[in-house]
Design a protein around this ligand. Structure first.
Ligand code: MN
Ligand code: MN
Length: 301
């Protein structure tokens, strides 16, 4: 008995195909000196052109920033020379989420750390199967990374995905971890090793910057602009993460800031802080979404 019926699995597969094609185009697109917002908007428009919807804003996380940076409105950030850029993208088709990431490496000094992330991901893909312990997957990822002379980021994990859910409950660690959790055949998981230098702390912390948001609860608000913004978020993103730049033109420009702040203040909307490596060392990442089978897996992305 699998969790998803045939129709749902076909939507996951379509979601994965759209994401795979978009990611491959983005690998050729990303360049040094390009503005971050151009990268985000290109990824998101590719996804839409191919018939999907972004499951979350495209993340463009540079050097020691590990994850969760997307361009805020009117972002001036540019990809610096010799940058190491994690581009993390998600698609949903009727709510069925797939998630993928690659590292664009413009400094040859980090190219073996970029490929180490791919190798760790592939090692996990080659060994994963139904009923495998998540601790065992973490061990395989950790060993692959350490064998290549690098360090896994120990407090970032992969995750099960679901309908309108990016994190559906089960975490897939990137290090050996005591846990009795197992991956189940018929369920969908994103595996995503994050890697840093051996002399780094190897953990991330929250930065004060917040660029990605999510609806928590539909609250009653009085201000008509705040109400309008909340309705728009509920209708268009449901519980999926969104970027503030996706709310452009929903309310008059001069009223937007105040209305958006009110949604955060009354906790109708929450923010995800940007994740930064504690010792400010460069981080690489690779990610695929997998459908687990009894004897292996199908890579959806
Ligand atoms: Mn991702
Ligand atoms: Mn993910």
């Amino acid at each position: 008995m699998t969790k998803y019926d045939k129709e749902a699995l076909e939507k996951f597969r379509l979601s994965g195909k759209i994401l795979r094609e978009s990611r491959e185009e983005m690998k050729k697109f990303v360049r040094e000196g390009m503005s971050a917002i151009e990268v985000c908007e290109k990824a998101e428009s590719l996804i839409r052109e191919k018939g999907g919807k972004p499951a979350f804003p495209c993340n463009v996380s540079i050097n020691e920033v590990a994850a969760h940076y997307t361009s805020p409105p009117n972002d001036k950030l540019k990809i610096p020379e010799k940058a190491v850029v994690k581009v993390d993208m998600g698609v949903h088709v009727d709510g069925y989420v797939t998630d993928t990431a690659f590292t664009a490496c413009f400094d040859s000094e980090y190219s073996s750390m970029q490929s180490a992330a791919e190798h760790a991901l592939n090692a996990a893909i080659e060994s994963i199967h139904g009923e495998m312990a998540t601790s065992q997957i973490g061990l395989i990822i950790e060993r692959t990374i350490k064998n290549r002379g690098f360090k896994p980021i120990s407090n970032l994990t992969g995750h099960s995905v679901g309908r309108y859910l990016i994190h559906a409950g089960t975490s897939i660690p990137n290090v050996m971890q005591l846990s009795f959790a197992k991956v189940k055949a018929g369920e969908i998981y994103a595996i995503e090793p994050f890697i840093t230098l051996p002399d780094a702390v190897g953990r991330i912390e929250n930065s004060p910057e917040v660029t990605i948001f999510r609806l928590v609860k539909v609250k009653s608000v009085k201000n008509p602009n705040t109400k309008k913004l909340l309705k728009y978020i509920e209708k268009n993103f449901r519980t999926l993460p969104f970027a503030e730049r996706w709310l452009k033109d929903v309310v008059p420009e001069d009223k937007h800031r105040e209305a958006f702040k009110e949604l955060l203040k009354c906790k109708a909307v929450m923010g995800y802080p940007v994740f930064i490596e504690i010792s400010r060392k460069t981080v690489t990442q690779a990610e695929h979404t997998l459908l687990i089978k009894e004897n292996g897996c199908e890579v959806l992305t």
